[in-house]
Design a protein around this ligand. Structure first.
Ligand code: FMN
Length: 223
């Protein structure tokens, strides 16, 4: 008790050894740590689950669920494209046999930068569908690559490297067989080329793609 406290007539404080205070603090900290840890674990599982559902919804836009009986959103591998970072590929199987893959393809040459595509291809090289996952093309012009803005992106379904022949896999105005979105030639050209590259990559690497063990990573489409 301090002199000042004595002068003021304050009652003496019940003395508590310092080690007891330290112990209580440590116990409290441990309890808080435990609660945070349990909450974090539960949240992480929920986030992973939501993410898996979101990926599946994204894949379902190009991959008809009737085709497969595995969980393609969990059957993902990372593949290396020449001179590029790793890209995700999801595999669809039926009775354990490969039926299709969804490849990520990047078009660096969009009008406003990179366009990221999902390209679903059956094992025989037929395109099931193409969807633009991310882009920054101009609203009202290049954004017609989105299916809710125009049906153009649907033109790839059913095509392959023999339809049109590979050499004609370009826009009509570039000497090919494919239509451009009117007023958005640059965007269309970028998407056509990125789709062609994805199918070419698949033709070249199909067997390795299906043989590789799943990455086990979060399987989230990257931006
Ligand atoms: C403000 C502005 C935004 C544009 N945005 C796009 C776009 O998103 N994608 C695209 O291909 N062209 C875009 N263009 C048009 C291109 O500059 C180019 O004219 C066009 O791709 C040529 O297509 P066309 O031959 O079908 O007219 C834009 C032009 C302007 C002025």
């Amino acid at each position: 008790m301090s002199e000042q406290e004595k002068e003021l007539g304050m009652p003496a404080r019940a003395g508590r050894p310092a080690w007891q205070a330290v112990l209580s603090l440590a116990a409290f900290a441990a309890l808080v740590g435990l609660v945070v840890g349990v909450a974090w674990d539960a949240t992480r599982e929920r986030i992973a689950d939501n993410e898996a559902r979101r990926v599946l919804a994204e894949l379902s836009a190009v991959l008809p669920p009737a085709l497969y009986d595995n969980e393609p959103h969990r059957d993902m591998i990372l593949v290396s494209w020449p001179g590029d970072e790793q890209r995700q590929v999801w595999r669809a199987r039926r009775d354990g046999r490969p039926v299709a893959a969804v490849l990520t393809s990047l078009a660096p040459d969009g009008y406003s930068g990179q366009i990221r595509l999902l390209v679903a291809v059956t094992t025989d090289g037929t395109i099931l569908g193409v969807r633009v996952a991310t882009h920054s093309e101009t609203p009202g012009i290049g954004d017609a690559i989105e299916p809710r803005k125009s049906p153009w992106i649907g033109n790839f379904a059913g095509r392959s490297l023999t339809d049109p022949p590979e050499a004609r896999w370009r826009l009509r105005k570039d000497g090919g067989d494919l239509d451009a979105i009117s007023g958005a030639t640059i965007t269309s050209r970028a998407v056509v080329a990125a789709t062609r590259r994805a199918v070419q990559y698949f033709r070249q690497h199909r067997d390795e793609i299906f043989a590789a063990p799943a990455s086990g990573a979060a399987n989230k489409p990257r931006d």
